[in-house]
Design a protein around this ligand. Structure first.
Ligand code: SAH
Ligand code: SF4
Ligand code: F3S
Length: 495
């Protein structure tokens, strides 16, 4: 764990007067409550002769992962020791609800926590994130998981310090002590709160929040709210600080980065933002996620083509290959438009890896529609594709449509998955024998003589080396392709 707060946020909590009234401005108000939590932590340390421990468990996407880094940043700032052990004194689940199995996992893990809390009644359990924005979930937790202490949502995440202070001040067990604070939406973006990032050398950066697309199967717009972009100067300032702190690769995050900047007072395109990020000295790699095909501009393709830093990887979710299904999904592109776009990208930037998301079993999808999806997979030749079985989300338009029988979905899913695996294997194998720059991320989990890194196009590579290479970009020759990853050897240091 690596603490950004110590560098770009030197506010000393011990200098804040917690007997004064709380400030009304943000982020000052949150620092005031962090100071309050800090007092609680000191008291805990005195009584127990150790620091309290906190564990944040993340479900879901990169955006949730970045949110968890913010939550951990605050916990660390107030004095908690961060652990991955869920028997900690404060356990927080940052939840996802994009598919029902994400919800089921949270309930399962929550059940396991009940026993830990029985053994340690002082333990505090908190839930936040997308799943908490659903009223039916809150109802279920209130009735069946009464040992939960604190619940908040996606819109008031910036208020975590304030909620934590209230939670810590409260004693007692069960529903009487449960704090629930859920907002329906917000326009607010609070800057300059502490962040604790997982890797010293790479980081995610939110460039926008929410989504306006309302794809008919998707719950994200309902739980994350309307699309809002951060000011470019705030994004650039954050990246500059990260780079000064040792970061060489950033991932710009948004549900649809291609519509970045449209709602700003001084509108700017995503391609223009990328050009500014490119200028940051010391930054070596730029990634972004996710690109909606309907908004991918020629300007962006040109900027990517000319860039030395933008990685050769584009995640371009297809969802379905049949134009009829795409229309029912409200994706706003046809099969032909998607294929033409992929072709244009391949023509302009031949070494670009394209990856995708696919849903099988959307209401009304026939085996013939699935064949259209398979046709697109064969033509585009993805380096990787995440294939999902459609999951009915209450409140979305697709939930009211006629659902496809399970056995039909299963047959289609298996077929799509097989095609994806076959074409991806072929596609990844095309790099064999070539030399690529690789950012070393970690010592290999299974073999301590190997390190693991990623090529610009996101392909994983393992090669002999030691921990001193972590965070460095080195040239690696790709010797053997093993399906989705390579074994290689280092040629020299690229930087
Ligand atoms: N904003 C991104 C996707 C975010 S959700 C985009 O538009 O590309 C990540 C993926 O989850 C989606 O691309 C989609 O493939 C999948 N997904 C979303 N809702 C789903 C549902 N109800 N059932 C199955 N998969 C779903
Ligand atoms: Fe969901 Fe569509 Fe928005 Fe992606 S673009 S988050 S799939 S509504
Ligand atoms: Fe899940 Fe929320 Fe991300 S629903 S996929 S964690 S935006």
């Amino acid at each position: 764990m690596y603490n950004e707060a110590t560098h770009h946020n030197e506010i000393d909590l011990d200098k804040i007067d917690i007997n004064a009234a709380p400030p009304t401005e943000e982020p000052e108000r949150q620092y005031y409550f962090m100071a309050k939590c800090r007092e609680w932590v000191k008291d805990f340390e005195q009584k127990n002769d150790r620091l309290p421990k906190a564990c944040v468990t993340t479900f879901g996407c990169q955006m949730n992962a970045r949110d968890s880094e913010k939550l951990e940043g605050i916990l660390r700032k107030v004095g908690y020791e961060i652990t991955e052990d869920e028997r900690a004194d404060f356990v927080l689940f940052n939840t996802c609800t994009v598919r029902d199995n994400a919800n089921q996992r949270v309930y399962g893990r929550l059940g396991e926590l009940k026993g830990s809390k029985r053994r340690n009644p002082n333990m505090k359990i908190a839930l936040c994130g997308c799943m908490m924005q659903e009223p039916s979930v809150i109802e279920k937790i209130r009735t069946s998981y009464r040992f939960v202490d604190l619940i908040f949502g996606t819109h008031n995440l910036y208020k975590f310090a304030e909620l934590l202070a209230t939670c810590l001040a409260q004693t007692g067990y069960g529903e009487a002590g449960m704090i629930i604070d859920i907002w329906e939406g917000t326009d607010r973006i609070v800057e300059d709160l502490p962040v604790e990032r997982k890797y010293p050398f790479k980081s995610g950066i939110n460039i926008m929040f929410g989504c306006n697309n309302f794809c008919s199967y998707c719950i994200v717009p309902y739980v994350r709210g309307r699309e809002r972009s951060r000011e470019p100067k705030e994004i650039l300032r954050e990246i500059e600080k990260l780079v000064a702190d040792g970061v060489v690769e950033v991932m710009l995050l948004g549900q649809n980065v291609n519509s970045y900047g449209k709602n700003l007072e001084e509108p700017i395109t995503f391609a223009q933002l990328l050009q500014e990020v490119e200028q940051i000295e010391g930054l070596k790699r730029i990634r972004f996620m996710t690109s909606h095909p309907k908004d991918l501009s020629d300007e962006l393709i040109q900027v990517m083509k000319e860039s030395k830093k933008i990685c050769r990887h584009l995640h371009l979710p297809l969802q379905a290959g049949s134009t009829r299904i795409l229309e029912a999904m409200n994706r706003r592109y046809t099969k032909e438009q998607y294929l033409a776009l992929a072709e244009k990208i391949r023509r302009e930037i031949p070494d670009m890896a394209i990856t995708t998301d696919i849903i099988v079993g959307f209401p009304g999808e026939t085996p013939e529609d699935v064949e259209e999806t398979i046709d697109v997979i064969r033509r585009v030749k993805y380096d990787n594709a995440f294939t999902f079985i459609y999951s009915k989300r209450t409140g979305t338009p697709a939930a009211a449509m006629e659902q496809v029988p399970e056995d039909v979905v299963k047959a289609g899913f298996d077929k799509v998955l097989k095609t994806v695996q076959d074409t991806a294997r072929e596609q990844v194998a095309r790099y064999q024998g070539r030399v690529f720059d690789v950012l070393v991320e970690e010592v290999n989990e299974n073999d301590a003589n190997l390190v693991t890194g990623r090529m610009s196009n996101n392909t994983l590579v393992h090669f002999p080396g030691g921990a001193e290479l972590i965070g460095q970009i080195v040239d690696v020759s790709l010797d053997e392709c093993h399906g989705f990853y390579y074994m290689g050897h280092m040629i020299n240091r690229a930087t």
